[in-house]
Write a new protein. Structure first.
Lengths: 604, 382, 345
C-alpha cells in the first residue's frame, strides 16, 4: 500500500508548527506572521465570497475598518452613555459589538448591492468601500483622518496580550477557526448551495436553493471574518486611523485571495503569506539593486503578479499541492456513505391517474417573437408525456414556463391543484416538481455525489451555524445516503466520487436525472435525457422511467429521439413554431399529417 | 527563500561582528510613496546626507518606506526594534504614522524622533511619550504666526480650505481654536482631496462667505489648486498658505496666481535672506548646500530639513550617551533618550533646539518666519 | 445657492463630465471587445498630462524609456514565438514596430529643443510616446490570457495599474504639474465666464465622440471591432483576429486617455497618482451604461461630473461619500433594468 498522509495529520503538524513558532522564530518574524494571520482572515472571507460564490468584492477593507473602529471607540470611550456604561467595555465585549455592527451593516449593504448582477457588483463594492473609508475620516467621533491611540491590549483571563508573540496565538487561533468553519461550511448542505452560486444559479433555484439568501450568507460571513481581523489588528496596533481601511487595502486583499488561489481556503493563507513576505523582502533587496530609491517595490510587485497569473490562472495553491503531492502524498479524503442511516422521509405520491400538471393556453413572447403560443398540456400521475417537435419549436421554453425558471406572458399553470403561474422555480420545486436541463447544469469541479446531493437541498433543514460547527452530521449522512441511492439507481455507482466535469456528456445528463430524483419529486421534467447515450444506456434509462412511472411519478419528457420516445411514452404532444400541432397516443401522432409535414417537410 | 534567508543571516552576522563595538544603528521610516510622498521623498534623500560618523562611531541607517500607511509604519518600527535592534528610530513623515509608532517605541524603550507636525506626538510628555521627540514645528507655532500676521493687517474674518487628511485636519483644529482666542472669525471651512481635479464648489462657498482672508492648508503642489481657482474667481482678499507648500514645485505650479501669498515657514526656506546675526542662518545654509550638491540647485525643501535636524539632535546627544553605554544596548538607548532630552542650543536648519523633560520639541520663535511669495520666489516678510 | 452659482457649478461639472465621458467610452469599448475592465485607463491620463508637462519644461520625458523598455520586451516575446513558429521573416516587422520606432522617436525627442517647440508639436510628441504603450500593454499583460475569466482579467488590470502608478512616481516625482492652456481666451457671459480651455475640453470631447462614432460605423477596422464586440467567435471566423482587435482597442483607449490628460492638464494639477480616481469615475459612468451602451455611459459621465461639482459645494467633506453612495441606487436601477444574464463565467 502506498504511503499517504491523511489531511488530519497535516493539520496537526501545522498546529504544532504554529505553537512552536514563537519559541523558535525571531520576534520580528512573529510580527510578520501576525500580519499574515490578520490578512489571511480577510482573504478567507474573500475566497468564500469571490472564489466560491462568484461575488467579487473590493470593499472588505471597509469591514475590517468597521470592526476596528467599533472596538477602538468602545474600549477607549471614557464617558459612555449611561445605558452602555455598565458593560465597562472590555475588548471581548466590543468584539461582540463589532460583529453585530459589521454584520448588520453588511446585511443592509447586501440588501442593496447584492441585487446587482454581473459587473455591477464589483463596482458597487468599490462604491461603498470608498464611501465608508471617507466616512471614517470625516466623522469627528472616530478621530478623523489623524486617528487616535491609547487602545488597550486584549486580555485573556487577566493576562494582557501586549507583545507580538503573545497575541500571535490568539490571531492564529482565529485563523484556524476561520479555516475550519469555512471548510466545514463548504462541505455541507448549505455549502453545496453556496458552491452552486458561481455558475449554477438557475439550477440551484430549480433545486429549491434560495440563492439570494446564500449570497447574503457568504457576504455576511466574509464581513464578520474581516471584522474579527480588524478587531485583532486594532488591539495589536493600539492605534487606529482610516488609511489601513481604504480601497487600496481592499484591492490588496483581493490580490491575496486570487494569487493564493481564489477557490481554495488554504490558498487565502498562501496568498497572504506570499504578498506580505514578498513586500518585506523586496524592501530589503530592491534598494540594494537600484540604489537608494524605495519606489520599486510596487512596480516589481505588479509585474510579478502579472507573470504569476499568466502561468497560474488558478493561483498558487493548486500548483503548490501538485508539487508537494509528489514529495508528501496526501490522501484525498473519501467520503464514507453510511447505508444504515435512517432514510429521509419521502413524499406521498399521488394516486395513479390524478392530475398533476395542467398548463392552459401558455404564451411566452420575447419582444416580437412568440416562442410559445397558447399551448396547453396536462400530465397525470404515473404517466409519461413526451413533448416533441423540431429544433426551435419552443419545447425548452415551455419547460422553463412550467418549472418557474421563466414567467409566461399569459396563460395559467396549475400544479397539484394550485395555481403556480409566476411562482419562482424554488417554490415550485418545494411542491414536488424537479427537472433536468437541456444544457447540462452540473458544477464540473464538484464530485458527482455532491452534485446530486444539491437535489436533496429541500429535504434537509440544517443551517449555516450547525454546518460550521458540524452539528449537521446526522442529517448530512442521510442526505448523502439518499444521493448515493439515486446515483446507484441510475447506474452510475462507480462514478460517485469523481468530478462531474470528467464524465461524458451523456453520463452527465444521467447525473442530472439522479439529482432531480434526489429531490423526491412527484413530477419529473426531463429535457432531452437520452441525447449522447449509447443504445444500452438508452434501454436502461427507458427501464428506469417505466419503473418511476409505475411507482406513480408523472414524467414530462422533451426528446428528439423518436425511437426512444415511441416505445416508451403514454402520450405525445407535438409542437411546431411555438404551437401545438398534434396530441395523442404515440401511434396516432405518428400518422398525423400535420406532424409528418413538420418533420418530413410534408406528404405528397 | 532558503538561500535568501541564509544570505540575510550571513549579512546579519557580518554586521553583528562589525558592530560589536563601533556602530550605531538608526532605523528610518519615511512615507516615500503614497499620498505623503512629496514630503517623504526629500526626507529620504536627506537621510543619505546625515552624519555617517559621530564621535568616532560609525552610523548605519536602515531606510524603509511606509507608503504613508500606519500599518506599514508600525511594521517597520517593529522590524527596527526586534530584528535590527536599532539604537534610535527616525520618522515617520505623517502624524498618523508617528502616532501609531510611539507605543512600540515606548514598549521597546527605543528613542524615536518624529518628522511629523502634530503636537500630539510629543505632548503631554507621559510614560509613552518620554521616548518620543520631534523636529518639525508644531502646527500651533505656525498657526499663531499666521494669526498674528492676520490681526496685524486688520483681518477680521477668515475662510479655511484644507486637505481632507491628517494635515488639513490638524491645521483646521489648531487654527480654529487659536483664531477664536484672537477674535478672528472663521466664517467658512471647506475640505478637498489632494488629487481633486476641481475645487470650484468649495471656492464658491468661500467667496460667498466673503472673508477678509483665506487660509489654504495643503502640502506641496496640490495646495495650488484652491489658490488658482480663487484667483480665477476674482477673489480679492488676502490668501495665506501653510509651510506645507514650501518647495519650489509649488511655485512652478502656482505661477503668477500665487504672487503676494503669505505663509509661515522654517527659516531654512529663506536662509540666504536672514541677517548674519540669525543663529539659524549658518546651520540652515549648511543643509541647503549639502542637499543641493547632491540633488541640484533649487531642489531643497523644508521637509528634508526636518530630517536633517534629527541628525543635528543625534550629533548633539550621541557623544553624551556614549559616555554611559555602548551602542546596541538598552542602557545606550536610555542614555540616548536622556541626552536627547538635555540637548540645548543645537542649531538645526529650522531653528535652535532646547529640549527639556516637558518639551520634546524644543523649538522657539526663532523657528519660524513669515514669508511672502514675490516674483515667483520666497521673500522674508517683516 | 442662486442661479449664478448653479450655472458655475454646472459648467464645472460638465467640463469634468466631458472628460469622464471620454474615459467611459474607452472603458466601454475595451470591455466590449476584450472583456477587460481597464483600470489603468486613468494612468494613461496621468502619463499623457505629465509627459506633456515634462516636454514643456524642457525635460527629457521619462516615459520614453518605458516605451523603449516595453518595446524591447514585446520584440523578444513576439520574436521568439515567431521564430518558434518558423516565421523568422516576421521578426523584422515586429522589431520595426516595437524596437525601431521607439529608437527613432528617442533620437527625435533627444535632438529636438523640447521647450521651444510649438504646443501642437509638443502634444503630438506626447501622443507619439504614450499611445503606443496601449497596444504594447495589451500584448504583454492581457494577450497571453485573453480567454481568462473577467475576474482574472480584472486582477491583471489592477496589477498593471499598481505597477504604472509606481513607475509614474519614479518618472515624474511626487509633485504635480500643470501645463499651459491651449487658449488663454476668457469669455464673460453675464455673471459667469468661460475659459477658452473649458471650451477646448468640451468641444474636443464632442469631436472625439463623433469621430469614434464615425470610425465604428464607416471604417473597416471600426466595423471589425464592433463585430468582435458582438460576437467574438463569429468575428474570428470572418477572419478578424482577436489579437488585432485587442491591440486596436487598446490603441484607441490609450489615445483617449492620453488626449484626456493633455486636455485637462491646463485646468487642474495632475499628479502621478491622479489617474485612479479620474479613471474610477469614468468607470462609474461606464457601468451606468452597463459597459455596453455608449450614449448612456456619456450621460452617466455628465451625471457623475455634476454630482461631484454640486456636492463639493454643499458638503465638501462628504463629497466622495455622496458621489459614491448615490451611485449605488443608480447601479441597482441599471441592474434591474438590464436583462439578467446569468453565469457566463
Amino acid at each position: 500500500m502506498k504511503f499517504e498522509l491523511s489531511p488530519k495529520v497535516l493539520m496537526i503538524v501545522l498546529v504544532v508548527l504554529l505553537a512552536l513558532a514563537p519559541l523558535v522564530l525571531k520576534p520580528y518574524h512573529i510580527t510578520v506572521l501576525n500580519y499574515i494571520g490578520l490578512y489571511s482572515m480577510v482573504a478567507i472571507g474573500l475566497v468564500l465570497l469571490t472564489g466560491v460564490g462568484g461575488l467579487t468584492s473590493f470593499g472588505q477593507a471597509a469591514f475590517v475598518g468597521l470592526g476596528a473602529y467599533t472596538t477602538a471607540v468602545l474600549t477607549t470611550a471614557s464617558d459612555l452613555p449611561g445605558w452602555l456604561a455598565w458593560m465597562g467595555w472590555s475588548p471581548w465585549l466590543s468584539l461582540v459589538a463589532g460583529l453585530i455592527v459589521t454584520g448588520t451593516s453588511a446585511y443592509l449593504i447586501g440588501l442593496v448591492t447584492l441585487r446587482l448582477s454581473g459587473h455591477f457588483l464589483p463596482l458597487g463594492t468599490i462604491a461603498w468601500g470608498i464611501s465608508l473609508y471617507f466616512l471614517f475620516g470625516t466623522m469627528g467621533l472616530l478621530g478623523g483622518h489623524t486617528g487616535f491611540g491609547g487602545i488597550p491590549p486584549i486580555a485573556v483571563f487577566g493576562y494582557e496580550l501586549r507583545q507580538g508573540h503573545q497575541i500571535f496565538y490568539l490571531i492564529w487561533l482565529f485563523v484556524l477557526l476561520a479555516v475550519i468553519t469555512t471548510l466545514n461550511l463548504l462541505d455541507s448542505r448549505e455549502g453545496r448551495a453556496i458552491r452552486a452560486l458561481k455558475g449554477g444559479m438557475i439550477m440551484a433555484e430549480a433545486m429549491g436553493v434560495n440563492t439570494a439568501r446564500s449570497r447574503m450568507v457568504i457576504f455576511v460571513i466574509a464581513s464578520l471574518l474581516a471584522c474579527a481581523s480588524g478587531w485583532l489588528y486594532v488591539h495589536m496596533q493600539r492605534f487606529v486611523n482610516p488609511t489601513p481601511f481604504g480601497i487600496h487595502m481592499g484591492i490588496e486583499y483581493l490580490f491575496m485571495a486570487v494569487l493564493g488561489g481564489a477557490a481554495h481556503v488554504w490558498g487565502a493563507i498562501i496568498g497572504a503569506t506570499v504578498i506580505t513576505v514578498l513586500k518585506q523582502w523586496l524592501q530589503d533587496i530592491l534598494p540594494a539593486i537600484f540604489g537608494q530609491a524605495g519606489n520599486f517595490e510596487v512596480i516589481f510587485f505588479g509585474a510579478l503578479l502579472v507573470l504569476i497569473l499568466h502561468r497560474a490562472r488558478g493561483g498558487l495553491w493548486p500548483i503548490l499541492t501538485s508539487l508537494t503531492q509528489r514529495v508528501v502524498p496526501v490522501r484525498a479524503e473519501q467520503r464514507q456513505i453510511d447505508r444504515n442511516v435512517e432514510p429521509l422521509p419521502s413524499r406521498e405520491l399521488p394516486s395513479k391517474g390524478e392530475l398533476l400538471l395542467d398548463a392552459r393556453e401558455v404564451t411566452r413572447r420575447f419582444g416580437g417573437l412568440i416562442a410559445c403560443n397558447r399551448l396547453s398540456l396536462e400530465v397525470r400521475a404515473g404517466e409519461i408525456l413526451a413533448l416533441i417537435g423540431p429544433n426551435g419549436a419552443g419545447k425548452s421554453t415551455m419547460f422553463n414556463q412550467v418549472s418557474g425558471v421563466d414567467v409566461p406572458t399569459s396563460g395559467k399553470i396549475t400544479f397539484l391543484g394550485k395555481d403556480v403561474t409566476g411562482k419562482t422555480s424554488r417554490e415550485i420545486a418545494r411542491m414536488g416538481m424537479s427537472r433536468t436541463f437541456q444544457h447540462v447544469k452540473l458544477l464540473p469541479t464538484m464530485s458527482v455525489i455532491e452534485n446530486v446531493a444539491i437535489g436533496a437541498h429541500l429535504r434537509g433543514n440544517r443551517g449555516v451555524l450547525s454546518a460550521a460547527w458540524r452539528l449537521d452530521r446526522q442529517e448530512e449522512k442521510r442526505l448523502l445516503a439518499e444521493a448515493a441511492k439515486q446515483i446507484e439507481r441510475v447506474g452510475l455507482g462507480d462514478y460517485m466520487f469523481v468530478e462531474a466535469g470528467s464524465l461524458a456528456l451523456g453520463q452527465q445528463r444521467i447525473v442530472e436525472i439522479a439529482r432531480a430524483l434526489t429531490s423526491d419529486p412527484c413530477l419529473l421534467l426531463l429535457d432531452e435525457p437520452a441525447a449522447g447515450l449509447r443504445y444500452k444506456e438508452k434501454q436502461a434509462l427507458a427501464e428506469l422511467m417505466r419503473k418511476l412511472s409505475a411507482e406513480g411519478m408523472g414524467i414530462l419528457l422533451v426528446e428528439h429521439d423518436m425511437d426512444f420516445v415511441m416505445g416508451l411514452v403514454d402520450r405525445v404532444v407535438v409542437m411546431e413554431f411555438g404551437e401545438k400541432i398534434s396530441e395523442g397516443l404515440p401511434e396516432e401522432v405518428q400518422k398525423d399529417p400535420a406532424v409528418l409535414q413538420a418533420y418530413l417537410g410534408g406528404v405528397e | 527563500m532558503k538561500f535568501n534567508k541564509a544570505l540575510l543571516a550571513a549579512i546579519g552576522l557580518a554586521f553583528s561582528v562589525g558592530a560589536a563595538h563601533a556602530q550605531i544603528k538608526v532605523g528610518v521610516t519615511v512615507s516615500a510613496t503614497g499620498p505623503a510622498a512629496s514630503l517623504g521623498i526629500p526626507e529620504r534623500n536627506t537621510a543619505d546626507l546625515m552624519p555617517k560618523e559621530i564621535a568616532g562611531q560609525a552610523i548605519q541607517y536602515i531606510v524603509l518606506d511606509d507608503a504613508s500607511d500606519t500599518t506599514s509604519a508600525v511594521k517597520n518600527i517593529r522590524r527596527f526594534v526586534d530584528e535590527d535592534r536599532v539604537d534610535v528610530v527616525l520618522g515617520s513623515t505623517t502624524t498618523p504614522n508617528s502616532l501609531a509608532m510611539i507605543e512600540v517605541a515606548a514598549e521597546s524603550r527605543t528613542p524615536m524622533i518624529s518628522w511629523a507636525a502634530s503636537s500630539r506626538i510629543v505632548e503631554p510628555v507621559d510614560d509613552v511619550r518620554r521616548w518620543v521627540f520631534k523636529t518639525p514645528q508644531n502646527d500651533q507655532h505656525m498657526a499663531t504666526a499666521i494669526i498674528e500676521h492676520m490681526t496685524n493687517h486688520g483681518i477680521k474674518t477668515v475662510g479655511f480650505i484644507g486637505f481632507a487628511d491628517a494635515y488639513g485636519e490638524g491645521w483646521l483644529e489648531h487654527f480654529r481654536t487659536l483664531a477664536g482666542l484672537r477674535g478672528l472669525d472663521v466664517v467658512s471651512t471647506q475640505q478637498y482631496n489632494r488629487t481633486d481635479t476641481s475645487v470650484t464648489g468649495q471656492v464658491l462657498q468661500l467667496i460667498s462667505a466673503n472673508p477678509d482672508a483665506i487660509l489654504i492648508a495643503g502640502s506641496g503642489t496640490p495646495a495650488a489648486l484652491p489658490q488658482r481657482t480663487l484667483v480665477e474667481r476674482r477673489y480679492a482678499g488676502k490668501i495665506y498658505q501653510t509651510h506645507g507648500v514650501a518647495n519650489n514645485d509649488f511655485l512652478r505650479v502656482c505661477g503668477r496666481d500665487c504672487e503676494g501669498t503669505f505663509l509661515p515657514a522654517g527659516p531654512v526656506l529663506v536662509a540666504d535672506q536672514l541677517p548674519d546675526s540669525n543663529p539659524v542662518k549658518a546651520s540652515a545654509l549648511t543643509y541647503i548646500r549639502a542637499y543641493e550638491a547632491a540633488h541640484g540647485a533649487g531642489s531643497v525643501s523644508t521637509f528634508g530639513a526636518h530630517a536633517w535636524d534629527s541628525g543635528v539632535l543625534l550629533e548633539a546627544a550621541v557623544p553624551e550617551a556614549l559616555k554611559v553605554a555602548q551602542p546596541g544596548t538598552a542602557e545606550f538607548r536610555a542614555a540616548l533618550r536622556d541626552a536627547l532630552e538635555n540637548v540645548s542650543e543645537a542649531a538645526g536648519a529650522h531653528g535652535i533646539f532646547n529640549m527639556s523633560p516637558t518639551d520634546h520639541l524644543g523649538l522657539d520663535q526663532r523657528a519660524r518666519v513669515m514669508v511672502q511669495i514675490q516674483n515667483g520666489t520666497w521673500k522674508l516678510a517683516d | 445657492m442662486d442661479l449664478q452659482i448653479a450655472l458655475i457649478l454646472g459648467q464645472d461639472g460638465i467640463t469634468n463630465g466631458a472628460i469622464y465621458a471620454l474615459l467611459a467610452l474607452a472603458l466601454v469599448l475595451v470591455f466590449a471587445v476584450t472583456r477587460v475592465i481597464f483600470i489603468p485607463q486613468g494612468e494613461f491620463v496621468a502619463y499623457g498630462a505629465l509627459t506633456l508637462a515634462m516636454i514643456e519644461n524642457g525635460f527629457f520625458p521619462a516615459t520614453m524609456w518605458l516605451l523603449l523598455g516595453a518595446g524591447v520586451v514585446v520584440t523578444l516575446a513576439d520574436g521568439v514565438s515567431a521564430i518558434r513558429a518558423g516565421q523568422s521573416r516576421k521578426v523584422v516587422g515586429i522589431a520595426g514596430v516595437n524596437l525601431i520606432y521607439p529608437l527613432l522617436l528617442l533620437a527625435l525627442v533627444w535632438s529636438l529643443p523640447l521647450r521651444d517647440l510649438p504646443l501642437a508639436v509638443q502634444v503630438l510628441l506626447t501622443l507619439l510616446i504614450v499611445v503606443p504603450m496601449g497596444p504594447m500593454m495589451y500584448r504583454l499583460v492581457y494577450q497571453p490570457i485573453a480567454d481568462a475569466p473577467v475576474l482574472v482579467l480584472l486582477i491583471m488590470s489592477i496589477a498593471a495599474h499598481v505597477a504604472m502608478v509606481g513607475l509614474g512616481l519614479v518618472f515624474f516625482g511626487p509633485e504635480g504639474y500643470r501645463t499651459s492652456p491651449f487658449s488663454n481666451a476668457r469669455f464673460e457671459i453675464g455673471p459667469m465666464f468661460v475659459t477658452g480651455q473649458t471650451i477646448w475640453v468640451i468641444l474636443s470631447s464632442l469631436v472625439f465622440i463623433v469621430a469614434l462614432a464615425l470610425f465604428f460605423s464607416k471604417t473597416i477596422y471600426g466595423k471589425a471591432l464592433r463585430a468582435t464586440a458582438i460576437n467574438p467567435n463569429g468575428a474570428r471566423l470572418m477572419g478578424i483576429s482577436p489579437m488585432l482587435a485587442g491591440k486596436l482597442t487598446f490603441f484607441l483607449a490609450a489615445l483617449i486617455g492620453a488626449l484626456s490628460g493633455v486636455l485637462i492638464s491646463p485646468i487642474t494639477t495632475i499628479y502621478y497618482d491622479t489617474g485612479f480616481l479620474i479613471g474610477l469615475k469614468g468607470f462609474v459612468a461606464a457601468i451606468i451604461g452597463g459597459l455596453s451602451s455608449y450614449p448612456i455611459a456619456a450621460a452617466g459621465a455628465l451625471m457623475v461630473g455634476l454630482l461631484e461639482s454640486f456636492s463639493s459645494f454643499w458638503a465638501s467633506a462628504y463629497k466622495e461619500v455622496i458621489v459614491f453612495t448615490l451611485v449605488i441606487p443608480v447601479l441597482v436601477w441599471r441592474s434591474l433594468t438590464t436583462h439578467h444574464m446569468e453565469e457566463e463565467e
